[in-house]
Design a protein around this ligand. Sequence first.
Ligand SMILES: NC(=O)C1=CN([C@@H]2O[C@H](COP(=O)(O)OP(=O)(O)OC[C@H]3O[C@@H](n4cnc5c(N)ncnc54)[C@H](OP(=O)(O)O)[C@@H]3O)[C@@H](O)[C@H]2O)[C@@H](O)CC1
Ligand SMILES: [K+]
Length: 207
Amino acid sequence: MKKIDQNAVTYGMPIELMMENAGREICNEMLKKIKKYKIKKILVVAGNGNNGGGVIAASRHLSIYGISLKLVILGTKNSLSTPSKLHLSLIRKNPKIQIIYSSKNLKKVLSEIQNSELIIDGIFGIGINRDVIDPHYSIISAINDSNAYVISNDVPSGINADSGKIYNIAVKPNYLVVLHKPKKWMMRPKTLKFIVANIGIPIEIDN
Ligand SMILES: NC(=O)C1=CN([C@@H]2O[C@H](COP(=O)(O)OP(=O)(O)OC[C@H]3O[C@@H](n4cnc5c(N)ncnc54)[C@H](OP(=O)(O)O)[C@@H]3O)[C@@H](O)[C@H]2O)[C@@H](O)CC1
Ligand SMILES: [K+]
């Protein structure tokens, strides 16, 4: 998938646009679950990489439907990837989205996780490259201990996208929105409930 992403960028498709498409698709899945389970308390958790950017974009899309939510940024504004920073700037005055920085208040983040009914996991995607330590470890563990319905963006955070193996901890989502195409290990029966989201990658570079 890293190769396809790179091909798309080389071809002229900006990451920011694919991120926008990912955000819209994630939002659509959120809307379905919000309606089905009559959900009011929504928490979106964004890591530093582009996986986080997709859920930041999803937050803006959801707010357009008049829905309020809380958005946790793991780290600071400056620690985000460049495409994610663009999507963060598009919600800077959004009255429906309350932004919480984990670097300032980890206790609040953990209590918000406990209180939420729907959690969107954008902590890590295909870019995770090592075992997870705190604060990410405590956050993933709190998500798994919560009663919330959990949707992961692209890959459950903590799983190696190529092999399907867990590093030392991973989010256990109820549902997964996979971007572009499923990874091979996801096809094993009973692994995960997922949907494949079209993020607009041109068909002619998809190989
Ligand atoms: N590319 C595209 O076209 C599109 C991609 N999209 C999405 O982006 C995802 C890939 O994005 P990505 O490459 O930025 O990686 P991602 O997984 O978000 O972040 C990894 C970050 O975490 C860090 N880090 C790693 N391990 C760590 C650890 N154990 N503990 C703590 N930190 C750790 C690592 O930084 P490091 O510290 O290694 O420098 C990096 O900052 C992909 O899955 C898809 O969902 C869509 O938005 C649409 C278009
Ligand atoms: K994720």
